[in-house]
Ligand binder design. Structure first.
Ligand SMILES: O=C(O)CCC(=O)C(=O)O
Ligand SMILES: [Fe+2]
Length: 205
């Protein structure tokens, strides 16, 4: 079976959601529901999930959310004050990377995967500008599972933009977005199905 058998074509109109100083393109659902379900189950069952550790003001925080990092090679990278080693990605994640690349027009060499088991898990305001990431590199974020709100906030003006990330959908952040905007996945009291996000990135190796 080829990728084009598995994936729907993306011919919907894609607009930049950010009014200035960056670009965020929501491509909507790029996978049909059954393909997205299949990948969600594969991700939950086959990726090596761990709780994330971060150093915040010298204090170690262990996140409720789980994460896993994959790349072309077992490279070392710095993230949240720690040096970690990426795992080499399984074939299905490599296939998904190619799919995301085909929508984005950029090449990715790594993927930070996040697993939120309920609405009680989220990600607070941050930008993805670690020194191991290519400056102004694109990030392609594929959502699988429960729909969640995702928000941007301008670092200077405080202006905000929010959207809902659907099952099987793709959001691409480009250019100066990380420099000028924060983003977050707010927690919610709503009863939400588990969600996986696959965030494909350009790392400097
Ligand atoms: O789960 C998401 O959609 C957001 C993840 C994110 O911002 C990140 O991994 O840096
Ligand atoms: Fe992020």
């Amino acid at each position: 079976m080829t990728n084009s058998d598995l994936f729907e074509n993306d011919d919907m109109k894609v607009i930049n959601l950010l009014p200035q100083d960056g670009a965020a393109y929501y491509h909507g659902k790029i996978l049909d529901a059954s393909t997205a379900d299949m990948y969600l189950n594969k991700c939950i069952n086959e990726l090596s999930w761990e709780h994330d550790r971060a150093l915040i003001y010298g204090k170690e925080i262990v996140t409720k959310r789980k994460m896993a990092w994959y790349a072309d090679e077992p490279v070392k990278y710095s993230y949240s004050g720690y040096t970690k080693t990426a795992l080499v990605w399984p074939d299905f994640l490599r296939d998904m990377n190619q799919l995301v690349e085909s929508h984005c027009g950029d090449a990715f060499n790594s993927c930070l995967c996040n697993f939120y088991s309920s609405g009680d898990e989220g990600m607070s305001w941050h930008s993805d500008a670690e020194k191991d990431l290519v400056e102004k590199g694109s990030i392609g974020a594929l959502t699988l599972g429960g729909e969640r709100k995702f928000s941007f906030k301008h670092k200077v003006t405080g202006e905000s933009v929010s959207l809902t990330l659907e099952h099987g959908s793709l959001l691409i952040m480009k250019g100066a977005t990380q420099k000028n905007w924060l983003h977050s996945l707010p927690k919610t009291k709503k009863d939400i199905e588990p969600r996986v996000s696959l965030t494909f990135r350009q790392m400097r190796f």
